[in-house]
Design a binder for this molecule. Structure first.
Ligand SMILES: Nc1ncnc2c1ncn2[C@@H]1O[C@H](COP(=O)(O)OP(=O)(O)OP(=O)(O)O)[C@@H](O)[C@H]1O
Length: 242
């Protein structure tokens, strides 16, 4: 049974159709990459899955439960964790404290359990040595790791990663990819929106391409990237991001 099944999902803001009849399924432990030009509706798809935005039509089933109208907080408790394109850590708190907040509020757990989870997540994301560093003093790569750690703190079954590789140097990107592989090895399903396609290709099993709110391709990464339609759109991405 898929961990996530989206059927005929649509969302519009006034006349602007941002999500247009999107269907997709994700198997447990699977990693799906999502690409597409700016404004294609990728972040909106995450908002719909996480529950911060509600669709005009269609359904979302997570782990066997219809969550289409469920509030975001309940979805988080059920096991949907997400990172944000623009990280907002509590900069006056340490790395450990930032993760602990997510572990304590993102799920129903005792204090002791939350502390254990926070330590495990710091280990998983390679941040253990930075546990006592204030978030405001972390490097960009470390802030990206923290953004992922905060999303993992609630012990999600599905992790939504929104453009976390942007701005990193090549060696840093390789390190981030390793951290995501570690997360995957724990059995967490992943959907990763990313413009840095080569980083995606190192991790994901499948790629879905969005354009003007529609899913226009979905399949084996190299086959998808090789298709002419995607190549045209990908050129658009390269143009938009230098
Ligand atoms: N709350 C909103 N009200 C009105 N329009 C919105 C709202 N949220 C998103 N949009 C519009 O929906 C479209 C899709 O936005 P979205 O952020 O989902 O795209 P994206 O593919 O994630 O792009 P990017 O790569 O730039 O993040 C954009 O045209 C955006 O301006």
């Amino acid at each position: 049974m898929p961990i996530l099944t989206i059927q005929n999902l649509s969302k519009s803001y006034g006349a602007l159709q941002v999500t247009d009849d999107v269907s997709l399924a994700l198997q447990p432990g699977e990693a799906l990459g999502v690409i597409g030009p700016n404004g294609a509706g990728k972040t909106t798809l995450f908002n719909l899955i996480a529950g911060t935005v509600h669709p005009n039509a269609g359904s979302i089933v997570f782990d066997g439960l219809d969550v289409t109208t469920m509030p975001a907080r309940s979805r988080c408790h059920l096991g949907i964790g997400r990172s944000f394109q623009i990280p907002h850590p509590f900069s006056g708190m340490t790395t450990y404290e930032n993760v602990l907040v997510g572990a304590a509020f993102g799920r129903n757990a005792s204090e002791r359990d939350s502390e254990r989870r926070a330590v495990a997540v710091l280990e998983m994301t390679g941040l253990r040595r930075k546990a006592n560093t204030y978030a405001g003093q972390l490097t960009l790569l470390e802030r990206k790791r923290l953004e992922m750690a905060r999303a993992l703190a609630s012990d999600p079954k599905l992790l939504l990663l929104d453009e976390i590789a942007g701005g990193l140097t090549e060696p840093e990107c390789v390190e981030l990819v390793e951290a995501i592989k570690t997360v995957r090895s724990e059995g967490v399903s992943v959907i990763w929106i990313e413009h840095v396609v080569h980083a995606l290709l190192a991790v994901v099993d499948r790629i879905a391409v969005f354009d003007f709110g529609r899913k226009i391709a979905d399949g084996e990464p190299r086959e998808v990237m090789a298709s002419l339609e995607v190549a045209n759109i990908y050129m658009g991405i390269e143009g938009a991001h230098g």
